[in-house]
Design a protein around this ligand. Sequence first.
Ligand SMILES: Nc1ncnc2c1ncn2[C@@H]1O[C@H](COP(=O)(O)OP(=O)(O)OP(=O)(O)O)[C@@H](O)[C@H]1O
Length: 634
Amino acid sequence: MAGAKLCAAGLSAIAAATMGVDHAYADSPFNFPSFSPPSVPSGKSPIPPMPPTGNAPTPPPPEPEKEKPRKPRNDNPRTTAAGFDVEALREATECLKFIEKSKNTGKAFEYMKTREQTKQTEAAAKLAELKAMTANSELEKQRVMYEEQKKLNKQTAEIKTQLAQYEDQLKRKRMATEDELQKIRNRELVHMQGESAKALEAARRQTEEEIQRTRLRTEQQKADLERETIRVKAMAEAEARAHETKLSEEVNTRMLGIRAKADMEKLVSAINTTFDHIGGGFRALLTDQNKLVVAVGGVTALAAGIYTTREGAKVVWSYVDRMLGQPSLIRESSRGKYPWSGVVPRVMSTFRGSNGGTASNKGNGFGDVILHPSLQKRIQQLASATANTKAHQAPFRNMLFYGPPGTGKTMAARELARKSGLDYALMTGGDVAPLGAQAVTKIHQLFDWAKKSNRGLLLFIDEADAFLCERNKMYMSEAQRSALNALLFRTGDQSKDIVLALATNRPGDLDSAVSDRIDEVLEFPLPGEDERFKLLKLYLDKYIAQAGSRKPGLFSHFFKNQQQKIEITGLTDDLLKEAAAKTEGFSGREIAKLMAGIQAAVYGSENCILDPQLFREVVDYKVAEHQQRKKLAH
Ligand SMILES: Nc1ncnc2c1ncn2[C@@H]1O[C@H](COP(=O)(O)OP(=O)(O)OP(=O)(O)O)[C@@H](O)[C@H]1O
């Protein structure tokens, strides 16, 4: 047994020397007999269990097995330069020798081999265990690192989130602050805008008020001027009429004087001869007292009779004139001054009518009035409605014609009266104001006269705004207001005798009570291109073609300034259309005047020929004049 131990020790030494195994195992002779390979229970790993996860400290390495008592170890073996232990080799050699001599050599070798294998297995297991532990610890380390990293990531993410939240909060706060600032700025801006808008509005209102005031002032001045013009015109006309009357009176007086003088001369000579003849008679009278008394009484009675007859005739005539004569307010009438004065013209017109109508009835069946077809149709309808109204004894309908000056309102009223079979009378609103206190009487006279018409009368009041304007206007005189009230009184009920037709350029100026009495309102606009063409044609015919074509009368050779005939060359419809296009904005009156201007130009020319060149020249000149007038009016 001792030999085996020695042998084992020798082998261990050999192994230690040759394989570099720890001397602690190789040298221990006591290990050998007690050695048994570590029994590993089946299914269990020889690797010790892993320590719990976390940061638990790695368990300390297993304590080394307690060394069993052994031979004192040579700590300073003799070695070669390469570290070879010669002593051990010698012991091994001896051991080998001993083993060779021993009977249990085979067993010993077998045992040593088994032990060595066991040790190797153990070492491998330990190595594996160590590796596993290392791997484990590595894993653990990685897990811990992963956990740490995860925590770190989490913390970083949290910090980032917090940072983002903080930044977001900051941003929100900043935005809220900016928003607040913006709101404040906006409020200030709105306030400023409001202030500036208010200031602008105030300035605008002030300007408007100023303009309004200026306009009112201008209108007032214009109205004053117009009124003054109308007044002056009316006064001038009245004066002219008075002057005319005075002149005719003077002529009459002079004629009467001459006649009276002649009569006187005749009378004187007659008296002389009579006295010569009756000288003897007087002498007889003077001698015979009875005869003298009879003669003086007879002469006195004769003078008184003549005087009474003359004065009586005057009174009767003025009464007849007042009762039957045309009121002085009427400027033009189809009835004539006295009831009998219209008989002859009416008979003449009836006679002419049976022969195909007058010249003015030719063409469109509406006299010489050229109107827009729709307006013309409306007037024709009104005319036939008015005629039927009279036939059925129904009340008449009053009318208002309004539109720019010279658009045919008066002509249309005249034509309407003619078509409807009524008499017509024309007065001007401007004639009322100069009458003063007499105006009311004259208005009543006018209506009394108008009522006497058997056929019914169309009373046309031109420039109606001059007389029938708003009653509460400052400049309206008391007399004018009374006259207007008189007219309102006379037209309060619907009349079966009188159609009131008013014409005005300013319908807005009429008194509301007057407007209330109007049943039909017709607007007379400026003529369109078609109407202008027709007007040009009409007045070309009237003023140019018919000029000088009147048949010479009985006494025509007494008058030197008879109209000369005008020769027309190359005046086509196209030329008239061209002129119609150029004369946009012209009224009917302006077109009539244009043609009168052409007539004057033709008479001013040498040969009295109207050719396209002259026609164009005058048209262009008149168009330029019209534009200039328009500019001045603005
Ligand atoms: N529609 C028309 N057709 C034919 N001639 C016209 C027309 N309009 C105007 N005239 C010419 O103008 C002149 C004036 O016409 P009228 O007196 O009818 O016009 P008004 O509208 O009554 O004018 P105002 O408002 O100035 O009184 C006429 O004599 C005529 O020569």
